[in-house]
Ligand binder design. Structure first.
Ligand SMILES: Nc1ncnc2c1ncn2[C@@H]1O[C@H](COP(=O)(O)OP(=O)(O)OP(=O)(O)O)[C@@H](O)[C@H]1O
Ligand SMILES: [Mg+2]
Length: 303
């Protein structure tokens, strides 16, 4: 099956007209997003995420390399109509929410009764039904982000591209956006999500890529990235936490991490002390740990 979004060895350089300098925002960037997945696109400030998204949307052209969105070259207007896009800085015209969402539907070739019904539906979906008549110029940041999401959904897209969609949302709205994305995926659709909210990403994304200085520094299935290959978590009982460094007692059992190389010896020690091993599992790391590891410059140095 062809990829839904494909970046092939893309380099993007920004030229400064005054200083004769170029800034390489993307550097041989290659990535494939498959149909039906929620893909998390991470990276520190300035890594090149928005640049990559703007190239895919056809707002500007790559310096070199090639990309496809929904099997069409970047910038193709027919592919664009099947995409919902929420920009990083939601800048919307000052109009009532309903008119604004309808306007974006119109840009995607929609109209008539269907567009009116669909507009109502998406505004309800982001819990702005009661505010639909209000001018978005008076909206709070979180409400703006929600109306931005509504305009991204109005054309019932096959691919949603979201650049920081939940940064201003309160916890309740975040949960509801999470549900919305999962529901979207359940319909076989694809989400490409750039976010700094790693706990959110961890919860919804099937795969993630970490961009660092215009290149992919790490990519994989979320569950696999979060499993530490060299550390396990041991849960045991009938042992004293003080006998094992870093161990914590909880509900009658004792939990601690152990390096793979020391695992066997540790288990034998538990048994020798008359304890019982309840479980040994790869230690789950947080996405934040993975992120910091691959984006810190220490990751380049030999350890
Ligand atoms: N229009 C532009 N002209 C010149 N340089 C730019 C332009 N847009 C982005 N850049 C530069 O390109 C690099 C990548 O920026 P980009 O906005 O893609 O990063 P990002 O990963 O989206 O960061 P953030 O997490 O802060 O949103 C940065 O060094 C930025 O200064
Ligand atoms: Mg950005």
């Amino acid at each position: 099956m062809p990829a839904v979004l494909e970046f092939e060895a893309i380099t993007k350089e920004y030229r400064s007209p005054f200083r004769r300098r170029t800034l390489r925002a993307l550097d041989g960037f290659t990535l494939r997003v498959e149909a039906g997945e929620i893909f998390g696109f991470l990276g520190p400030n300035g890594a090149g995420k928005t640049t990559a998204i703007h190239l895919a949307m056809g707002f500007m052209r790559a310096s070199s390399g090639f990309g496809r969105m929904l099997n069409r070259p970047f910038g193709d207007p027919t592919a664009r109509r099947r995409v919902g896009f929420l920009a990083e800085n939601v800048a919307l015209y000052h109009r009532p929410a309903t008119r604004l969402v309808r306007f974006y539907g119109g840009l995607n070739g929609m109209g008539g009764r269907y567009l009116r019904a669909r507009t109502r539906e998406v505004l309800e979906r982001v819990h702005l039904g009661a505010q639909a008549g209000r001018n978005v110029g008076k909206f709070s940041r979180g409400m703006l982000q929600r109306v931005g999401l509504a305009q991204a959904l109005v054309n019932d897209p096959d691919l949603l591209i979201l650049d920081e969609p939940t940064s201003a949302l309160d916890p309740e709205s975040r949960v509801s956006v999470r549900e919305l994305l999962l529901d979207f995926r359940a319909h076989g659709k694809t989400v490409f999500l750039s976010s700094h909210l790693l706990s959110e990403v961890e919860l919804v994304c099937d795969r993630v890529a970490v961009l660092h200085r215009g290149r992919i520094a790490r990519m994989g299935r979320t569950t696999e990235l979060l499993e530490s290959r060299d550390e396990s978590q041991v849960v045991a009982r009938n042992i004293a936490p003080a006998d094992f460094p870093g161990a914590q007692a909880q509900n009658g059992s004792v939990t601690f991490s152990v390096l793979a190389s020391a695992q066997r010896a540790t288990l034998e020690r538990i048994w020798a002390l008359g304890g019982e091993v309840l479980s040994v599992n790869p230690r789950r790391r947080s996405l934040e740990e993975v992120f910091l590891e691959v984006t810190s410059d220490k990751s380049q140095a030999p350890s």
